[in-house]
Write a protein that binds this ligand. Structure first.
Ligand code: IPE
Ligand code: MG
Length: 221
C-alpha cells in the first residue's frame, strides 16, 4: 500500500493525512475483495524497516491500525472475514500486539475471506525467525530437510502462496514482502498512489492476472 506520503505531499498536507486516506482505501479494497470472492488478501501495513520513520509517523500508523481493528470488527462478523497476521508480534507495541491477537482470536472461526495484516513484517525477518524455530525444534538433522519442511516454520504455513502481488505508487521492487511465499507470484504495478487506488483498479489487476501465463519455470502453462 505505497504512496500515502506522496499523496499528502502533493496536496501540501502532512504525511499522516496520506495514511488516513490510505486507511479508507484499505477498507474499500477489503470490501471489494470480499464481494469478489477472493479467498486471501494480505495488506502490507508496516514493514520491519518502517521503524526508521519519525516517532510521530510510526505512532500515527499504529493508532490507525488500532482504529481499523476496532471499527471493522462488525464488518468482519457480518462478512465472516477472518483476520490474521504476518510478522513479528513480539516487536510490536504491546497494546497493538494485544489488539491484533484479539482480532485474530475473535474471527478465527469465520470461513469467509482471510485478511492477513503484514505488520512489523519483513520477508528476511520471517525467514530468520523460521530458522530459529526450526533450530529450536531440533529439525533438519542429517540434512534431511525439504522446502515443504521449511515452509512449516514460516508465519502462516497453511496460507497458500500469493498468486498476485499488487504494487501501487509505481515502485518496481519487492520491498522485503513475502520473499519466500511470493517466489512465483505475478506482479501488477500501477503508478496510482494507494489513496487513489479504486475497486476498478483492483478488478483491472485481477482481470489482467487471469490472462497471465504461469509456467513456474517449466514450459507448459
Ligand atoms: C505506504 O505509504 C504506507 C506505509 C509504509 C505505512 P508511504 O508512507 O510509504 O508513502 P510514500 O512512499 O512516502 O509516498
Ligand atoms: Mg513508500
Amino acid at each position: 500500500m505505497d504512496g500515502n506520503g506522496r499523496w499528502a505531499q502533493g496536496r501540501n498536507q502532512i504525511r499522516t493525512q496520506g495514511h488516513l486516506e490510505g486507511l479508507k482505501t484499505a477498507k474499500r479494497i477489503v470490501k471489494a475483495a470480499s464481494d469478489l470472492g477472493v479467498s486471501f488478501l494480505t495488506l502490507y501495513v508496516f514493514s520491519t524497516e518502517n521503524w526508521k520513520r519519525t516517532a510521530e509517523e510510526v505512532g500515527f500508523i499504529m493508532g490507525l491500525v488500532r482504529q481499523y481493528l476496532r471499527e471493522e470488527l462488525n464488518f468482519y462478523r457480518e462478512n465472516r472475514i477472518r483476520i490474521r497476521h504476518y510478522g513479528d508480534a513480539g516487536g510490536l507495541p504491546s497494546d497493538i500486539a494485544e489488539e491484533l491477537r484479539e482480532a485474530c482470536e475473535d474471527t478465527r472461526h469465520f470461513d469467509g475471506m482471510q485478511v492477513i495484516l503484514a505488520l512489523n513484517y519483513g520477508g528476511r525477518d520471517e525467514i530468520v525467525r523460521a530458522i530459529r524455530k526450526l533450530l529450536a525444534a531440533g529439525a533438519g538433522k542429517n540434512g534431511e530437510f525439504s522446502e515443504e519442511d521449511f515452509r512449516h516454520y514460516l508465519d502462516n504455513p497453511d496460507i497458500p502462496d500469493p498468486d498476485l502481488i499488487i504494487r501501487t505508487a509505481g515502485e518496481f521492487r519487492t520491498s522485503n514482502f513475502l520473499l519466500w511465499e511470493g517466489a512465483y507470484a505475478e506482479y501488477w504495478i500501477t503508478e496510482k498512489l494507494w489513496p487513489d487506488f479504486t475497486e476498478e483498479d483492483f478488478k483491472a489487476a485481477l482481470t489482467q492476472f487471469r490472462g497471465r501465463k504461469r509456467r513456474y519455470g517449466g514450459t507448459k502453462v
